[in-house]
Write a protein that binds this ligand. Structure first.
Ligand code: X2X
Length: 342
């Protein structure tokens, strides 16, 4: 009797919801959609993910409820499994770095080709042009719906030993890296001793001195207070930059009514643009306050001259050539053209 009553009440609830949201969608929607990120707000990508969830919540009157799960917790901290988990539906959505998805999507290694992108316009030339479109097609073929780009940023190298001005200064330094073997190859070519580890393990390893250095955008360096664990030498060499991608598992995407897909996509584009704006704050447009902030806490910041930077470019040309083949010669050529014409 009690069971019957519950069934009856549940039936009533569904019936009363139907006229509001439409028969096809009501049954399929989840109570909550999980968005995976590696770092939370106030890092730019946590902020972008939160903005995405907020906008969708507002515009669907709460019908689509998205919640941010930072710290790569949905993949037990192993950020290089995020793409696979999203493809399989363990994760519904993600704001993820191209670095973390490159083990499964080889073409995303493009952004980690050493010294491919000289400036922010070059990043935009890729993400907002034909290369970006092509990469989104590749992601779709792999069963994920990509919607928009955001940004982690240009990755600068820090260490606890001494200022890095020449490749020789990297000699023998143990550097924490993440992602694909491309990072190992780049740092090995520079004479360093790279070691792969997740972000969750990085700070403890820096604290104990198990590694001497790391590479991350200035926003991560500042917000995570990496300088507090002995990382007092920072070289602004702009060697690679990792964009972020806002994406949705394909089955989840297909379950959304077309008008809801439009809302989710537009919100992703707006949240992504906001994320880019935050990521570049204090680093662009004549404002270098982000650099001044880390100087103010005692970090020795090295800005390379053109000639000094060129020495790093020269030392990594072999890695670039080898990985250009692995990534796809045509895609790399198209990227180089987009950058040349920016
Ligand atoms: O682990 C990192 O270095 C981070 C936070 O930048 C990424 O997830 C790529």
């Amino acid at each position: 009797m009690k069971l019957l009553k519950i069934a009856f009440v549940a039936g009533l609830a569904v019936a009363s919801a139907l006229p509001l949201v439409g028969a096809a969608t009501a049954a399929d929607y989840k109570d909550e959609y999980k968005i995976s990120t590696v770092v939370p707000a106030p890092f730019p990508w946590g902020l972008a993910a939160e903005r995405w969830a907020e906008l969708v919540g507002e515009r669907t009157d709460g019908r689509i409820k998205m919640k941010v799960y930072p710290g790569a917790q949905l993949v037990s901290g192993d950020q290089t499994k995020e793409f696979t988990a999203m493809r399989r539906g363990i994760i519904d959505m993600a704001v993820g770095s191209t670095i973390n998805w490159s083990p499964q999507v080889n073409e995303l290694n493009l952004f980690a080709l050493p010294f491919l992108m000289p400036d922010y316009e070059a990043i935009d030339a890729l993400t907002q042009g034909p290369v970006g479109e092509q990469l989104f097609e590749i992601l779709k073929d792999k069963g994920v719906q990509p919607l928009a780009w955001a940004e982690n940023g240009f990755r600068e190298v820090s260490n606890s030993k001494h200022p890095i001005r020449t490749p020789a200064d990297l000699d023998g330094l143990k550097i924490r890296v993440v992602g694909s073997p491309l990072f190992n190859d780049t740092f090995s070519a520079l004479g360093a001793n790279p070691t792969q580890m997740s972000w969750a393990d990085a700070k403890p390893a820096l604290t104990t001195g198990a590694v001497d250095g790391q590479e991350n955008p200035l926003s991560v360096f500042s917000i995570a207070k990496v300088y507090e664990v002995g990382q007092t030498n920072l070289t602004l060499w702009h060697y690679v930059a990792d964009p972020l991608i806002l994406a949705v598992n394909q089955d989840v995407w297909d379950s959304f009514a077309p008008e809801d897909q439009e809302i989710v996509r537009e919100a992703a584009v707006e949240a992504g643009a906001y994320g880019v704006e935050i990521a570049r704050k204090g680093l662009t447009g004549g404002d270098d306050s982000a650099v001044e902030e880390v100087r103010a806490v005692g970090v020795e910041v090295v800005e390379l001259t053109t000639e000094q930077r060129q020495a790093f470019v020269d030392a990594t040309r072999g890695v670039y050539a080898e990985w250009a083949e692995k990534i796809g010669a045509d895609l790399v050529k198209s990227a180089e053209e987009s950058i040349a014409n920016r």
